[in-house]
Design a protein around this ligand. Structure first.
Ligand code: FAD
Length: 518
């Protein structure tokens, strides 16, 4: 009995020592951070913004927010955390514009780096010449890069649908939009990066120099380093675009036309698509910003109760070559099999087209519908399985309503560099299908959060049961087993890269891939 008593007392003592050690460790952290020699500063109060994101579902309060004013501020901070060793729980998350969906840019009790304050301190530099590029801070918003480059008649080649996202945030995923079929995603249009690894080392990397780190970080979900600067390829900026929408009622015809367009040399400059589920007043709504080629016939067209497929295209042009552009468009459209009365065309400036989602943002904000939960689901589907997917999902699971856009378009895998950390299906063409849902707050109806999450679950279960070989884009998993299966054959390389560049698992804990051990 004495022995048991002794063991019990010993265990209690051990536990109290451990708790005191952890307490000491945490209570001394703010003062040790305050003591770091920085150009910028740490905030410990008023930092609620760093525990929120666009998804509006995860809330992980950090210990501190770093507002860096230089690359060395970030390096100094990470080196400090690295030197605390595996005994400290402290982690670090870069926060771009916080437009993640499930807490990926958050760090519970850790340090969040407000990357946008780095953008303010360092100027963009546009380089003209035969192969133009721009050097930017990774905290810069793409909209600002566009505005700056346009002053030189230049623009990046590959975009996301929404430009109020940071360079570091989209390069950590991929950055996919309607230009990717031709130019590849944004991660295929970067020439050089400056990265701070999980050991606090500042490294310049490119295809030629420190290539493994360069490829690791692109699509690397923030796991291998913090991108501080990026060199982005540019092209002569288009002046105007013809923006075209066409409707289909048959999925096979729609996808055949999409695939043909992304596979030809002579084609449009941007190719996307949408699934339109049971939408009333579609024709009248679009008539506000598009010109209908056949307004009389179109009035007889009814969208209610139907699932339609909209092909969305653009052609760049300058006012002086409008006729040539019109001829080219007419010739390209003549090869497509859309419903003839549903041809919508609009003419807008390049900026107006690229920044189109921001206009919707302003409208939604004015109605209080922007800061709502966004249970998004983004999938990458092999081309050979897209019909099975469409039949199961648009034919059965998601027939009633979509409560947000549903995007669907194919891209060419050859434009994605398979040395990066980004994973996609192993076929020459794969589709991006994005359910961009917004939940009606405190509703238990079809548009309520729980119902949308249940629908997403049913879609994922269907893909798994039918073995469609689907990958998530902007992936979210909660166990390492699921991550292992997401990366498949690439998991071993992902692990090796983690142990080379962030062996203590300090970076981007919100992705829930690795856990810092103490
Ligand atoms: P954050 O959410 O702040 O960060 C994302 C992840 O990257 C986090 O893990 C973070 O720690 C890490 N990170 C951030 N900055 C850095 C850095 N400098 N270095 C290393 N890691 C970093 N995506 C597309 O591909 N195509 C689209 O068309 C598209 N449209 C969108 C439209 C809207 C309205 C929204 C909200 C999102 C859209 N996205 C799209 C998704 C978007 O690309 C990602 O959510 C992206 O992460 C958002 O960028 P951010 O700057 O807000 O990054």
């Amino acid at each position: 009995q004495n022995n048991i008593l002794f063991i019990k007392s010993f265990m209690i003592l051990l536990l109290s020592c451990l708790t005191i050690r952890l307490d000491l460790c945490f209570s001394s952290v703010p003062s040790s951070l305050r003591a770091l020699p920085l150009d910028g500063h740490f905030s410990f109060d008023g930092i609620e913004f760093a525990s929120k994101d666009f998804g509006n579902r995860y809330n992980l309060p950090p210990l501190a927010v770093l507002h860096p004013n230089s690359t060395s501020d970030i390096a100094t901070t990470i080196r400090h955390v690295w030197q605390m060793g595996p005994g400290s729980e402290l982690t670090v998350a870069a926060r771009g514009h916080g437009h993640s969906l499930q807490g990926q840019s958050q760090a519970r009790n850790g340090i969040v780096i407000n990357m946008k304050s780095l953008g303010g301190g360092q100027k963009m530099q546009v380089h003209r010449g035969r192969f133009p590029y721009v050097d930017v801070s990774a905290g810069e918003l793409w909209i600002n890069i566009l505005q700056e480059c346009l002053k030189f008649g230049l623009a990046p080649r590959s975009w996301t649908d929404y430009l109020h996202l940071t360079v570091g945030g989209t390069l950590s995923n991929a950055g996919i939009s309607g230009q990717a079929f031709r130019h590849g995603p944004q991660i295929s249009n970067v020439q050089q990066l400056e990265v701070i690894t999980g050991r606090g080392k500042v490294v310049t990397c490119s295809q030629e120099k420190n290539a493994d780190l360069f490829h690791s970080v692109l699509g690397g979900l923030g796991q291998f380093g913090i991108i501080t600067r990026a060199r982005i390829s540019l092209e002569p900026a288009p002046n105007m675009v013809k923006w075209i929408r066409l409707l289909y009622s048959d999925f096979s015809t729609f996808s055949r036309d999409q695939e043909r367009l992304i596979s030809s040399e002579r084609t449009f400059d941007y190719i996307e698509g949408q699934v339109i589920i049971n939408r009333t007043n579609l024709i009248n709504d679009w008539k506000l910003s598009f010109k209908l080629q056949d307004p009389v016939e179109a009035q007889n067209f009814k969208s209610d109760g139907k699932t339609l497929f909209c092909l969305e295209l653009t052609k760049n042009f300058s006012p002086e070559n409008t006729d040539a552009a019109n001829e080219e468009i007419e010739s390209l459209l003549s090869q497509l099999s859309y419903i003839p009365s549903t041809l919508f065309i609009s003419e807008v400036s390049y900026v107006e087209f690229l920044d189109r989602v921001h206009r919707s943002e302003l409208t939604l904000r004015s109605k209080g519908l922007w800061d709502v939960p966004h249970p998004w689901l983004n999938l990458l589907i092999p081309c050979s399985k897209i019909h099975a997917f469409a039949e199961g999902v648009f034919g059965h699971i998601a027939r009633e309503t979509s409560n947000g856009p549903v995007l669907i378009y194919p891209v060419n895998k050859s434009k994605f560099d398979n040395r990066t950390s980004f994973v996609s299906p192993e076929e020459d063409i794969f589709y991006l299908v994005a359910f961009l849902s917004q939940a009606t707050p405190s509703s238990s109806g079809a548009n309520g959060l729980e119902n949308i999450l249940a629908r997403n679950r049913r879609i994922l279960d269907f893909c798994e049961a039918e073995q469609l070989g689907v990958k998530q884009y902007l992936p979210h998993y909660t166990t390492q087993e699921q991550w292992r299966s997401h990366f498949g054959a690439r998991w071993d390389v992902f692990m090796q890269r983690k142990s080379a560049y962030d062996p203590l698992a300090i970076l981007a804990p919100g992705q829930q891939i690795f856990q810092k051990t103490i």
